[in-house]
Design a protein around this ligand. Sequence first.
Ligand code: PLP
Length: 400
Amino acid sequence: MTSAPAFTPSANVAQLKESATIAVSQRAKALRASGREIIDLGAGEPDFDTPAFIRAAAQRAIDAGATKYTAVDGILPLRQAVADEANRRWKGSDKVTAAEVVISTGSKQSLFNACFTLFGPGDEVLIPTPAWTSYYEMVSIARATPVPVTGDPAHGFKVTAAMLETAATPRTKGLMLNSPSNPTGSVYAPEELRAILALAHERGWWVLSDEIYLRIAYGKAASSSLDVAPSRERLIVVNGVAKAYAMTGWRIGWTISPANVAAAMTALQSHTTSNAATVSQHAALAALSMRDEADAAVTAMVAQFEKRRDAALAILRTEPRIHVLAPDGAFYLYLRAPGAGKAADAGSAFAAQLLEKSGVAIVPGSAFLTPDWVRVSYAAEQAQVEEAMRRLVAAFRDLA
Ligand SMILES: Cc1ncc(COP(=O)(O)O)c(C=O)c1O
């Protein structure tokens, strides 16, 4: 190995923190490699295989020569399929067009493209908190200021329009929304979303609506911003295939935005990653256009998630001191760590103890700016989820 040169990170990345969710997964993998049996409920990744009809479509695409660059913003049939799906929701006269869609290497890149294109020094961006760890970092990389707005835990940590209004200043430029939410699993009711979008519209804020978990909802369907927004003028809808179709590794996401913003994001992407992987775009096209097959696959996976959620909640509720939010969507349980309110970072202490002593990986809430809490993913086999919940209850009793 060469000796490492003296190195000062550039101002671009000096403030950057490693993604805590990935850090936990890595520690779990290291323990596993050393021979420990670990149940990993840290990752936000469906354990299912990508449905067979999608894999078959990708194989056909490779054989048909889908191995070259595409347009930077993606193949037209996929952009059109995204637009068509949006138009089944958006009832305004300004129909969504393919020119407003940019396909990227995962919704993570889509979110980054949007933050980097819309926000800069001096801008403040409201982030309902707890939120997915990368929102804060992406806003910071754009040298804008993330402004966490902590929701009410009694209300699934959801924020209200009034809370956002209180946190806003003349510098507020944008708002990140995520329903269903990672990490809480909370889902905004249509009227809650409508009130927030009406405020954003009135104030001229850009809204980045991350809808990556939209299709993973229990009981009733989750609302998209496209269902209730008063206007699409400053709305960027972000989605992708990773979670609903069990396609994390294919890396396909997209934005739906006004065409001039789409053009600016395409220019940015042209100098960073170019087009998303060609074969993956064809796989995503199958997921969006073969609707009967896709609906059947999604329905089956969501039913499994729901069973696991119910089984996990039943075990957690055997310990009345555990305060857990019952999720209506996504595949996470958010619960208050033992010692919360007393120790400075009760969530990290609990997550570390659970991993090292009980062999269960979860994510400390500090990753989501709520250090009293921890996030448990139930995107794992039900028997594993149940065993992990029994160990979690035992560890909670030890510490509480
Ligand atoms: C809220 C949220 N948005 C976006 C992403 C990124 O997903 P993708 O795989 O499409 O980049 C994740 C993944 O964990 C997420 O939880």
